[in-house]
Design a protein around this ligand. Structure first.
Ligand code: MN
Length: 255
């Protein structure tokens, strides 16, 4: 059985593939799993940074993606999955809108349609799975990987380690790490936030960009749902990372 930790720490060994915001895109997910299959090694890791559910298009592969990542997660110790604001919304029951459509409700409908009499059991098991997901990964070469952020209320890494599943709808640090957009706020909060965690750079998804965008010491990555190109990061865990710009040479593109 895997240990569930809110903050995963990775040593100075190997590499980590970092993939963001799949949003139910099964085709892209399968392409990334092919890359992972080649990349797999005892020192290499995969990090999915959340928002793997809730499609932005007609076809929603969220349920197929969940089944597959659950399987990888349970059987591979180096397969890490972080919580995104969309999985969080499913846990807390908050509505998230894409246009006029409430995606929290759409997800419930999708499960109902696929599993019929067994829908309640499936829903419960998916929610329990979402609750086991970590909030962030911290690497020994000083990179913080999370769904979004920074959090202006975080004071130490214990604020992540101690987040309790019973407190998901009220925890401010969690809320900021899942919802905050870098852009304006990061200029003020990003560096103090990273300093409290003893990190030099941050990698997030959440905000749709054309491949990647660097804002100060934060690299925003769109691996599937974004504004054009699809990018991911092959983070070298052995190399010294002093500033956000050091991450740019580790960016790869899907096409
Ligand atoms: Mn998001």
């Amino acid at each position: 059985m895997k240990e569930y930790e809110k903050l995963i720490e990775l040593p100075l060994k190997g590499k980590a593939l970092i993939i963001t915001d799949l949003h139910g895109n099964l085709e892209d997910y399968n392409r990334y799993m092919k890359i992972w299959k080649e990349f797999k090694d005892k020192n290499n890791h995969l990090i999915l940074t959340g928002d793997f559910i809730h499609s932005c298009y007609q076809i929603d592969g969220s349920l197929e993606i969940i089944d597959s990542i659950k399987n990888h997660f349970e059987n591979e110790k180096n397969f890490h999955i972080l919580l995104g604001n969309h999985e969080w919304a499913q846990i807390t029951g908050e509505s998230v809108y894409k246009g006029f459509s409430n995606q929290t409700q759409d997800f419930i409908d999708l499960i109902q349609e696929k599993y019929d009499d067994n829908a309640d059991n499936k829903m419960e098991s998916h929610i329990n799975f979402f609750k086991t997901l970590a909030i962030a990964v911290k690497t020994e070469n000083k990179v913080l990987v999370s769904h979004a952020g920074p959090s202006q209320h975080l004071k130490s890494e214990d604020d992540i380690k101690n987040i309790s599943e019973n407190d998901y709808s009220r925890n401010l640090v969690l809320y900021e790490m899942l919802w905050s957009r870098n852009m304006e706020c990061s200029r003020n909060y990003l560096d103090p936030f990273l300093k409290h965690l003893n990190c030099n750079a941050s990698i997030v998804g959440h905000t749709p960009v054309n491949g990647v965008e660097l804002h100060g010491n934060q690299l925003i990555v769109s691996s599937s749902f974004g504004m054009g190109r699809k990018a991911y990061v092959e983070l070298d865990l052995k190399e010294e990372i002093n500033i956000g710009g050091d991450l740019l040479k580790m960016v790869k593109y899907l096409d």
